[in-house]
Design a binder for this molecule. Structure first.
Ligand code: BGC
Length: 291
């Protein structure tokens, strides 16, 4: 590479790039948020980010109670708001209903839903079982539908509360660059994220007249357990950087900041949008040279 030293492809075995602390400005003070799949990875980062910004946060998880409790502690330590962990399978309709019933009892209402829970079950297409297909669609897409349906009901029931926030509610769907980038060997996952993208836009159009905002964040390669094989060795990391024009892996804080902004009144006129937080992964990196 010319034009200065851009050899910033840091060694993946070193600690993550240090990001400045989450905003201490309490932009979300008084707001009640629920983050699904928040005991680890991107969901954990978002839950803590919303807490730092002053929101009261429900930390949803499906396994790993002590991890979820640690997220709750961090939120209460830094945000000063309220928080509790709630175990629930987002693909189970009754479970989801009960989770929101409890949130209304404990926090009074919901202002922000972050639909984050998601998983991968990869297989070559001809070997993919119906169970693998269904599991990924049920959690990644149907789970987002069930949670969004519950909050839309609550947002419409409660209406706007101008003293707290401009809109009558915000939904942030965590999608993936694979809502536009095809992904061989991961057909169930890519199909689920493509579904999330159109669910998000169609819902945004439907509920905008009620002043409900629905947006998506599509992360690229972010340093979490879900893709550890892609960054945990120097060889894998070097290969990954061929797909990332910005030449560093994403950190959960990169996603958390975008989520705090989308949840705040700073983005009040934005609905139906997808923000790609991906270091340029969707910029056809193969065309950096040639073409
Ligand atoms: C996947 C990761 C992958 C990234 C970029 C994400 O949606 O969950 O496993 O590294 O997309 O390909």
């Amino acid at each position: 590479m010319s034009d200065g030293d851009f050899s910033l492809m840091h060694d993946p075995t070193l600690p993550p790039v240090v990001m400045p602390a989450c905003p201490i400005e309490k932009k979300l003070k008084g707001q009640k948020a629920l983050v699904t799949g928040a005991s680890s990875g991107i969901g954990k980062g978002i839950a803590i980010g919303l807490g730092h910004a002053g929101a009261d946060v429900v930390v949803n998880y499906v396994s790993g109670t002590s991890d979820a409790e640690a997220v709750v502690e961090e939120i209460m330590r830094c945000g000063g708001g309220k928080s509790y962990a709630h175990r629930c399978d987002v693909s189970d309709e009754d479970d989801v209903r009960q989770m929101f019933d409890r949130m209304r009892r404990e926090f009074g209402t919901v202002d922000i839903l972050v639909n984050n829970a998601g998983l991968q079950q990869d297989a070559p297409f001809e070997e993919m079982t119906l169970a693998q297909w269904n599991k990924v669609i049920n959690v990644n897409l149907t789970g987002q539908f069930l949670c969004a349906r519950e909050v839309v009901r609550e947002f419409k029931r409660r209406g706007a509360q101008p003293a707290v926030t401009c809109s009558a509610g915000k939904i942030i769907c965590i999608s993936s660059v694979h809502d536009v980038i095809p992904w061989a060997g991961h057909v169930n996952y890519a199909a689920s994220k493509g579904g999330v993208a159109m669910m998000m836009k169609s819902l945004a159009q439907e509920v905008a007249p009620w002043r409900i905002r629905v947006n998506a964040i599509s992360p690229g390669a972010v340093r979490t357990p879900i893709n550890m094989q892609a960054w945990s060795t120097m060889e894998a990391y070097t290969e990954l950087m061929r797909l990332v024009p910005y030449k560093r892996i994403g950190e959960v804080d990169d996603i958390a900041r975008a989520a705090v902004w989308l949840a705040s009144d700073d983005s009040d006129y934005i609905t139906g949008a997808t923000i790609y937080v991906d270091g340029g992964m969707t910029l056809y990196p193969g065309f950096e040279t040639g073409g």
